[in-house]
Design a protein around this ligand. Structure first.
Ligand code: CP
Length: 304
């Protein structure tokens, strides 16, 4: 992978995705072992999150520290952003402190792309609006590859708020490139118009979408991005689109259940299903650290 930045899965080739997944497999050995190496010795990694996060921000911090980098985080609420400093001035300020990699999450689609134009530091998109969440899709693909080995012909059903989900978009780009069949299901009001142009099959009935699937992926209902009235009530969402043990029985016998987190338990996925033996949700979290270690390694080696 010969890129300054990682802004989205849409731009990546199949070979680049495989390089990240292969490197992440190597990084997982460090993660499961000493949790220390000097691969990023002398490098500086900075996170700046304009939206809340537990997994993504902390896993980037862990990834940087496990590989021996310096690490800093900008708390947006107590930073000069709160005094009106612009995105571009903020990113230039961080670069002038010798940051090598800057990792933003922003509510505006395209914000990391703008930042990347104004800095020589490498930008890794940690989620931009409803556009992309590339590191989530890479950790999801790593988890699927560990369980299923090959993507070719796999049936992946993505269920929920497709309209507002950057996780869904990045996974669709990635899984299609890798040869999987992607199905999307959700209320018609949460389905983007012309989503079929991304090469997916659309379902409005969750049972039909899950039938014979190898992977069932729930999504968080993104209430913070929704206008009111997109579905009648949480109870109706749960009844018609919630993933539960009964619905999982429709998938293949060796199907896995995934969710990017955080889960609204007993709405998107029942606790019983989330805690079942076929759930890969906690393994996704661990693989998130491995994938982020891999990306930091690959981008910093290019900088060398
Ligand atoms: N999946 C995900 O992005 O989780 P966080 O919002 O906790 O980072």
């Amino acid at each position: 992978m010969d890129r300054k930045d990682l802004l989205g899965i849409k731009d990546l080739s199949k070979e680049e995705i495989l390089e990240v997944l292969d490197t992440a497999k190597e990084m997982k050995k460090i993660l499961n072992g000493e949790k220390y190496s000097q691969i990023l010795k002398g490098k500086t990694v900075v996170t700046i999150f304009f939206e809340p996060s537990t997994r993504t921000r902390l896993s980037f911090e862990m990834a940087a520290k496990y590989l021996g980098a310096h690490y800093g985080n900008i708390e947006v609420a107590t930073s000069s952003v709160a005094k009106g400093e612009s995105l571009i001035d903020t990113i230039r300020t961080v670069e002038m402190m010798k940051a090598d990699v800057i990792i933003p999450r922003h509510n505006m689609s395209g914000a990391p792309h703008l930042m990347a134009k104004y800095t020589d530091a490498s930008i890794i998109n940690a989620g931009d609006g409803i556009n992309e969440h590339p590191t989530q899709a890479l950790l999801d693909m790593m988890t699927i590859r560990e369980k299923k080995e090959s993507f070719e012909g796999l049936k992946v059903a993505i269920i929920g708020d497709i309209m507002h989900s950057r996780v869904a978009r990045s996974n669709i780009w990635g899984l299609k490139k890798m040869g999987a069949e992607v199905r999307v299901a959700g209320p018609s009001t949460l389905m983007p118009p012309q989503i079929e142009k991304m090469g997916v099959k659309t379902y409005y009935n969750v049972e039909e979408a899950i039938k014979d699937a190898d992977v069932v992926m729930g999504l968080r209902i993104q209430l913070e991005r929704q206008k009111s009235g997109l579905f009648p009530s949480i109870d109706e969402y749960r009844e018609y689109f919630g993933i539960n043990k009964e619905r999982m029985k429709l998938a293949k016998a060796d199907a896995i259940l995934m969710h990017p987190g955080p889960i609204n338990r007993n709405i998107e996925v029942t606790s019983e299903a989330a805690n079942a033996e076929y759930s890969a949700i906690e393994e996704q979290v661990t693989n998130g650290v491995a994938v982020r270690m891999a990306l930091l390694k690959i981008l910093c080696e290019r900088r060398n």
